[in-house]
Design a protein around this ligand. Structure first.
Ligand SMILES: *Cc1c(COP(=O)(O)O)cnc(C)c1O
Length: 403
């Protein structure tokens, strides 16, 4: 921990929170402690339940110093009491569901969410006797109607992958409170710079820190931020018992990335705005969805809830066949942008998401929910993660395949 917390600026926090000069060497940069075990100086309990906040480090799966450094940094950025880092964003999602839900419980999940989460809740949780409802979280009445006496958890994602649809966190948090349910939010696309969900009443903030928080496309990780009590419960189950622990080396890489998160997010937002405006004016582009554009159907909510619109945007170029032809040109002709999955890196990434494909494999939407999805995505949508390159170079690349 830093010596004092007598700073308030976001940039200072991102750099200094969780770290301090090494007390034995005076090294300015944090060390990587790879040790999987720690020498015991007094008899300690060997149960996860015996751990307290000031317990010494005992074994690397339970807690380790470099991973703790990163967790403290993220908790400070999110404005929460505690944070837990895990092996991946999916390990973080699994940790929420497997800790807070039991056989006979009911959970309500956003009908559109990260594909891995969508599949986990639709395929795995029912096998464990958990009832699931999927709801378009922009429809607050549908959400309130979906609440049952056994509803224990509501899980949302804002902006939602891949359609950039927002969830009104303050409104959803009221519904969760009335239901007596926990509210978790996947805030990967927003980052703590764009939105602090805990300020709107969210109990557990989830991140794939593989994305913006790490920011350089070289380490996989996940994080959960929330109250000490709730994060402690999740730590006991998910890290100590289920074992989805983060490697200290990844924690060190991601903490190095996190130190520049506020500066990077400013640049991601500026680049995305320039690219979004270029695309919006391009005759080959049917629609651009970026929360920072006035044309986003929830721009007013974005202004209220987000301090930075992030670098994620989506756009349509016509039907699925037309989009596939553009994707083929991207793979051949792009000089800078990588045609690849993942998001939030300093390198720009783009990927085509075909609606029929996603509905078949991940989302299984029907009726009004399918209509709602198509209202954003049409037949196919390009998801672009605008990196930190010069906007002119990204626009030149897009021009190569769209003009
Ligand atoms: C990537 C991603 C995940 C999953 O994270 P991993 O680190 O790949 O396991 C979850 N949610 C969102 C929004 C993501 O972009």
């Amino acid at each position: 921990m830093s010596k004092s917390n007598r700073y308030t600026g976001l940039q200072t926090t991102a750099i200094h929170a969780g770290e301090a000069p090494d007390p034995t060497t005076n090294a300015s940069a944090p060390a990587i402690h790879m040790s999987s075990t720690f020498v015991v100086e007094e008899a300690a309990s060997l149960s996860a339940h015996g751990l307290s906040e000031d317990s010494p480090f005992l074994y690397g799966r339970w807690a380790s110093p470099t991973v703790e450094m990163l967790a403290k940094k993220i908790a400070t950025l999110e404005g929460t009491e505690d944070c837990l880092c895990l092996a991946s964003g999916m390990a973080a999602a699994t940790a929420i569901f497997m800790t807070l839900l039991s056989n006979g419980d009911h959970a309500i999940i956003s009908d559109v969410s990260y594909a891995g989460v969508a599949e986990l809740v639709r395929e795995t949780l029912p096998r464990f006797g958990v009832e699931i409802s999927t709801v378009d979280m922009t429809n607050l009445q549908a959400l309130a109607d979906a609440v049952r006496p056994n509803t224990r958890l509501i899980h949302c994602e804002t902006p939602a992958n891949p359609i950039m649809r927002l969830t009104d966190l303050a409104a959803v948090s009221e519904i969760a409170e009335d239901a007596g349910a926990y509210l978790s939010c996947d805030s990967t696309f927003a980052t703590p710079i764009g939105c602090r969900p805990a300020d709107f009443g969210v109990d557990i903030v989830m991140h794939s820190i593989t994305k913006y928080i790490g920011g350089h496309g070289d380490a996989i990780g996940g994080a959960l931020a929330g109250s000490r009590e709730l994060i402690g419960r999740i730590r006991d189950e998910a890290v100590i018992h289920h074992g989805g622990v983060m490697s200290p080396f990844n924690a060190w890489l991601i903490a190095r990335g996190a130190a520049t998160l506020p500066l990077r997010m400013k640049a991601h937002e500026a680049g995305a705005m320039a690219v979004a405006k270029y695309l919006e004016a391009h005759p080959a582009v049917a629609r651009v969805i970026y929360p920072g554009l006035k044309s986003h159907p929830q721009h007013e909510l974005a202004r209220r809830q987000m301090n930075n619109y992030s670098g994620m945007l989506s756009f349509q170029v016509g039907d699925a066949e037309a989009a596939r032809a553009v994707a083929d040109r991207m793979m051949k002709d792009f000089e800078v942008i990588h045609y690849a999955v993942s998001v939030g890196h300093h390198r720009s990434l783009i990927f085509l998401m075909e609606t029929e494909d996603l509905i078949d494999t991940s989302f299984k939407l029907e009726g009004a929910q399918l209509k709602g999805y198509r209202a954003f995505a049409g037949d196919a949508i390009f998801r672009m993660s605008v990196g930190l390159e010069d906007a002119e170079d990204l626009i030149a690349d897009l021009g190569r395949v769209l003009d």
